[in-house]
Design a protein around this ligand. Structure first.
Ligand SMILES: Nc1ncnc2c1ncn2[C@@H]1O[C@H](COP(=O)(O)OP(=O)(O)O)[C@@H](O)[C@H]1O
Ligand SMILES: [Mg+2]
Length: 475
């Protein structure tokens, strides 16, 4: 067993043990899909589920509607194909899950990069991505101060605390929290991630935090969170993002216990497109897990949390991630590359289909690492053979065999039999109805699908001396 590197995050939100599905007051489990007239994503009967909401597929988050545009999901019965599906039975249980607990998820850190000189440094900053200029997105500011699209980097320093009314916490993380906020200029709702500088420095995450900002700044994709701008004061860093109203996939999965095959396939396919895009930008994501996957108001995926995203043209060594989702080459402190995200995609698909992760072991990270290195995966019998085949090819320690890391790259994943029914072009346009529409009212700051957290007691906006100087030049 190698000396394990130390990880920023441990999975503490909830254990991974299977839970029973929640049944709502109508007797439906959260993920019971509705029938749809159209079969869009899949050509097989199992694919006939849909959101039941055929309304706009445009990005609702960048232009939040002022009125309600979607109805809460009104699950009826599982479609034909799902009844044939082995997982359907899982949706009929009666025992509510216990509410998920959020515990700060930071753990020990060793093997830290040295700022500016460590192994994990030296890759392109926003400014040396000049050859990626066509990838630098242009966008509208959430304030009314600018009329047309602006190059992203011009948003730097554009905001202050006084631009927003801060309301409740949506999620807590290792170094701070994410708040629902409302712009005082356009009255729209956003999410602001607040990171405590002191925590970031203490946990030696300065470089990762600067990367988080830089990587988010470079990305524009339908299934990735949009960053609108940032600012800082003497105590905190602030990142303004779209507010993604549908809550975490994590919550939906725990409430549902596990997803039927087509539902897992839909989410996995959207995530695959996002990973493919990130890799095309030479960005490794490194923190794929249901906690970081949000659902927009129509039920499409938005990946948030670029805390470990990094520009890595070929190889890197930093040990970071979440134990259950770590690839063996990360656990054993070898250099690794983009293929760690394909491994994590395998873990994610497994967890969606099974309700627990394959190497989970009584919640002990050390046992999890041992299991990862042993590499034995036991597939529950209800996992579809095509899914098993794909998982076997993603969750493989042999990098010369791992799908996504081979000559065909992400194509090999997309053309795998499990994804056979997916129309990738339509999926990328959000032209495929999601299997579940979160029961939220859009555009009014409805955060009812997020867990509740104790609020921060220390006020934001400190104007005192900034002892962290210029550690965060991009904010
Ligand atoms: N844009 C967003 N809209 C709504 N909720 C969000 C958004 N970004 C993050 N969250 C919530 O906050 C939680 C913590 O944010 P995250 O960026 O993942 O922090 P950490 O790096 O500490 O894990 C997420 O798991 C999610 O529940
Ligand atoms: Mg996170």
């Amino acid at each position: 067993m190698p000396t394990l590197g130390f990880l920023k995050k441990k999975r503490t939100k909830d254990d991974n043990s299977p839970t029973s599905p929640t049944v709502d007051k109508h007797g439906h489990t959260p993920i019971t899909p509705t029938l749809s007239k159209q079969s869009t994503l899949f050509t097989e009967p199992e694919s006939t589920f849909s959101s039941g909401n055929d309304s706009a597929h445009s990005s609702a988050t960048s232009q939040p509607a002022s009125s309600t545009t979607n109805k809460p999901a009104a699950p009826t019965s599982a479609p034909q194909g799902m009844q044939n599906n082995q997982a359907t039975g899982q949706l009929q249980g009666q025992n509510p899950t216990s509410s998920t607990q959020n515990v700060p998820s930071i753990h020990n850190l060793i093997h830290q990069p040295n700022y500016g000189s460590g192994i994990d440094s030296g890759y392109g900053s926003a400014d040396n991505t000049a050859n990626n200029n066509n990838a630098v997105p242009t966008l509208n500011l959430p304030t009314t101060q600018k009329s047309g699209p602006q190059p992203f980097r011009e948003t730097k320093g554009k905001y202050t605390l006084t631009d927003f009314s801060i309301s409740r916490t949506l999620g807590t993380g290792s170094f701070g929290r994410v708040h629902l906020v409302q712009s005082k200029h356009n009255q729209r709702f956003y999410a602001v991630k607040v990171l405590k500088k002191q925590q970031v420095v203490k946990m030696k995450q300065v470089e990762h935090t600067n990367d988080e900002r830089r990587m988010l700044q470079r990305c524009r994709h339908p299934f990735l969170i949009t960053l609108w701008g940032t600012w800082q004061d003497s105590k905190n860093l602030y990142m303004v993002m779209d507010f993604i109203e549908g809550g975490e996939l994590f919550s939906l999965l725990r409430k549902s216990q596990r997803f039927p095959n087509p539902v897992a396939k839909f989410y996995a396919a959207e995530v695959t497109l996002a990973i493919d895009y990130l890799h095309s930008m030479n960005i490794i994501y490194r923190d794929l897990k249901p906690e970081n996957l949000l659902l927009d108001r129509h039920g499409h995926i938005k990946i948030t949390d670029f805390g470990f995203a990094k520009e890595v043209p070929d190889i890197t060594w930093t040990l970071c991630g979440t134990p259950d989702y770590l690839a063996p080459e990360v656990v054993s402190s070898k250099g690794y590359n983009k293929s760690v995200d394909w491994w994590s995609l395998g873990i994610l698909i497994f967890e969606m289909l099974a309700g627990f992760t394959p190497f989970w072991d009584s919640g002990s990270p050390l046992k999890i690492y041992e299991n990862i290195l042993k590499g034995r995966v036991k597939y529950p019998p209800y996992i579809h053979p095509d899914a098993q085949d794909l998982l076997g090819k993603l969750i493989t320690a042999d990098l010369t065999k791992r799908l996504g890391n081979l000559h065909g790259g992400s194509r090999d994943v997309m053309t795998h039999a499990w994804f056979a029914e997916v129309t990738w072009e339509r999926l990328a346009k959000k032209d495929i109805d999601a299997p579940y529409v979160p029961p939220v009212t859009g555009g009014i700051g409805d955060a009812s699908l997020f867990d509740k957290y104790p609020e921060e007691s220390e006020p934001y906006g400190d104007r005192g001396e900034d002892q962290y100087g210029k550690m965060f030049p991009d904010f």
